[in-house]
Design a protein around this ligand. Structure first.
Ligand code: C2E
Ligand code: CA
Ligand code: CA
Length: 513
């Protein structure tokens, strides 16, 4: 059934909206927390890099001081006094592991071996002629070494820092940030090994900082996934809050949708449960007062509220588009309930059914009427569709086609509540209208209000000129009845002749008439 499919689709859309409303704040919250964590980590690595440069500058300041003190001795014999001066710097200067002198690129005197182990200097090993990060040297083959070189023409003095000190600094400055010391093409990691470029890349918060005083730089950063780990460790309360708001938003969206769709749902449910039932109000002839037909009026037999008046639910049914299936169900119900008693009817018994403009948007109404008439013998009943004047139908190709097809079926058209809307003569002709139903407000004013009576008289006169039948509704008094009959009104409807009744009572009254 198309209605059920529609319902399923609506349910799926509602669930989707609920899920999105819940997930959106969570996603937004996580994005904000992620951004916040990333910023914090960026700041952390920047500070760590600054701290590392400060430390390495401090170490190199000591090597620089040692080299400055020794440079004047370069070129002098490597005698006891020179060796003592070299060792004195090693002893007195923090971080300095060894000192050396060279003359004309030849290392001829060291703090460790005196003049015993001479070797050549290759200036290109030193970045900007100053710093060399060595993997190891013969004395400590497993330990890195940072050598500082101070040159003055043929003289040069060297002071080195042990790799252990450097590695220690790289490890201890920060627990979370990974640090790398880079000197020219070589770099030293926290594992103590010196390697050649390229360096490993940091996925998170990479920060590079070069020393302003010595030719080296420090890279700080974090491995992949560190932002999430940071968020998990630092923001557990905020995380819970974000999830809480997400769930709250989802529940709220669900509640809002349920609230807004509740009446429509209720109508849909009532339609499926056949709670809309037909009541019948007699329509009598103006001259003989014989029962000539009836108007079918919808009631809602609500399981809790009891019998609900159409004024309370028809506008909603029209608004949500359920009025068409509801009218279709009413037509079927009416045909099924009235057909067994069709023998009691005068030939051509009028059955008036209220139709809304929505029902005239396609040709389905023709099939609904054909199905209705098929329940009766030919000519036994006349189906009259009542269209309210307040909600007129646009003349389009489809509606013209529709009304031609309805007339071919023998279905008649009445303009309901006539006098309250704006239908023109052109309109009445366009749709081949058969009856005008005078609104009960004009009938109620008979004998009381001169203007209303005048309008009433004009409508009756107009219908005579246009050769249209007239029905007066809301007839409650004998005075009204007599007046209308005297004016030649064809049909009368109102409490004076009978209130809307359920099928059994209606048939009982009909038979007694
Ligand atoms: P309506 O089509 O103008 O129907 C006449 C209304 O006047 C009915 O009210 C009827 O009970 C009431 N009525 C009849 N005689 C008298 C009388 O002597 N005095 C007074 N005071 N009232 C009288 P009801 O049944 O409450 O229906 C109200 C409106 O709801 C209808 O006005 C019609 O516009 C709408 N309606 C009812 N059933 C359907 C339906 O199946 N489909 C659609 N689209 N609308 C319906
Ligand atoms: Ca009506
Ligand atoms: Ca009416």
């Amino acid at each position: 059934m198309p209605l059920t499919v529609n319902g399923k689709q609506k349910r799926a859309t509602r669930s989707l909206i609920t899920a999105l409303s819940g997930l959106l704040p969570i996603a937004l919250g996580v994005v904000i927390l992620h951004w916040q964590a990333e910023r914090s980590l960026q700041e952390n690595t920047a500070l760590t890099a600054q701290e590392a440069v400060r430390q390495f500058d401090l170490m190199l300041d000591n090597t620089a001081l040692a080299a400055q003190a020794l440079l004047p001795l370069a070129g002098q014999p490597c005698d006891n006094a020179t060796q003592l001066a070299l060792r004195e710097q090693v002893t007195r200067r923090p971080f300095v592991r060894a000192t050396t002198l060279s003359w004309q690129r030849n290392i001829y005197c060291t703090s460790l071996f005196g003049g015993e182990q001479a070797s050549d200097v290759n200036p290109s090993d030193y970045v900007e002629g100053t710093l060399w990060l060595m993997k190891s040297n013969p004395v400590t083959p497993d330990t890195a070494l940072l050598v500082y070189r101070l040159v003055d023409a043929d003289k040069a003095a060297f002071a080195s820092i042990d790799g252990y000190q450097l590695t220690n600094a790289l490890r201890l400055i920060s627990r979370y940030t990974q640090l790398i010391l880079q000197v020219g093409p070589h770099w030293l990691g926290a594992d103590g090994n010196v390697r050649n470029l390229p360096m490993p890349t940091f996925a998170v918060a990479h920060h590079q900082l070069a020393s302003a005083r010595y030719p080296y730089s420090v890279d700080a950063g974090m491995p992949e996934g560190e932002v999430w780990r940071y968020m998990r460790d630092r923001y557990p309360a905020l995380f819970s809050l974000v999830v809480f708001f997400g769930v709250l938003a989802g529940v709220f969206a669900h509640w809002l949708q349920k609230r807004s769709s509740a009446p429509t749902h209720e109508l849909q449910r009532a339609l499926e449960a056949n709670e809309f039932i037909a009541y019948f109000q007699p329509v009598v002839r103006g001259d003989t007062r014989q029962w000539a037909g009836c108007e079918v009026l919808m009631r809602w037999q609500h399981p809790k509220e009891g019998l609900v008046s159409p004024d309370l639910f028809i506008p909603l049914a029209e608004h949500c588009g359920l009025i068409v299936p509801m009218t279709r169900a009413l037509l079927r119900q009416t045909a099924a309930r009235l057909a067994p008693y069709a023998g009691c009817f005068d030939p051509g018994f009028h059955i008036g059914v209220n139709i809304t403009a929505q029902h005239c948007h396609d040709l389905a109404l023709v099939d609904d009427c054909r199905e209705f008439l098929a329940a009766f013998a030919p000519g036994q009943v006349t189906l009259v569709l009542e269209l309210t004047e307040r909600e007129l139908i646009e003349p389009t190709d489809i509606t013209r086609q529709l009304f031609v097809a309805l007339h071919q079926l023998g279905v008649m058209i009445a303009i309901d509540d006539f006098g309250t809307g704006h239908s023109s003569l052109g309109y009445l002709r366009n749709f081949n209208v058969d009856y005008l139903k005078i609104d009960q407000s004009f009938v109620a004013m008979i004998g009381a209000d001169a203007l209303s009576s005048h309008i009433l008289d004009s409508i009756i006169e107009l219908s005579g000129k246009l050769d249209l039948g007239v029905v007066a509704e809301g007839v409650e008094t004998v005075e009204q009845c007599d007046y209308l009959a005297a004016q030649g009104v064809d049909f009368l409807q109102g409490y004076l002749f009978g209130k809307p009744l359920p099928i059994d009572e209606f048939i009982k009254c009909l038979v007694s008439h």
